[in-house]
Design a protein around this ligand. Sequence first.
Ligand code: 5GP
Length: 179
Amino acid sequence: MGHPVITLHNKAFRPYLSADEIAAAIDQLASRLNADYAGRRPLFVVVLTGGFMFAADLLKRFTGDCEIVFIRVASYEGTGSTGKVQEIMGLREDVQGRDIILVEDIVDTGTTLHHLLPTLQANHPASIEIAAMFYKPDSLRYPLTLNYMAMEIPNDFVVGYGLDYDGLGRNLPDVYVAE
Ligand code: 5GP
């Protein structure tokens, strides 16, 4: 039978990935992080809102010492030649010398990370890696180093597992794709 097509704001979405498939991908990613970060006490920086569900499942599988903070990102146009300015809200931790793992729901065009990374780098962490649940390789527009992507997906609009369509769908344990 499987799951039926769902409707959010009158838009139809069909089942795309099950909670079990997602969990299996996170198991694999967590194993790699556990090996790579053994003894390093990373600071996980979770980008809200979409990253909340992935962060919870990933962090439950992280076995070493670690710290977790949640941030929000606000972007606005700069007045000069800098273009977009990224303001990070909620980062009270001192990131200097820390091993940062940024936790994102999805890397699509990469625009968010392209603007966020320099702001974090300016605070001189020891390292920054990006861990994302989903990654759309065909959509990426910036040269980002993406070592910890749980799953690659095609360039389609998905909802569920933290991701929303105009505010709805974040609570769904499975992932759906727009019809
Ligand atoms: P980027 O800056 O990499 O283009 O996209 C980052 C943000 O766009 C993600 O954190 C997410 O909030 C949103 N986004 C990108 N692709 C999707 C998608 O397929 N579905 C949903 N619901 N949001 C997406």
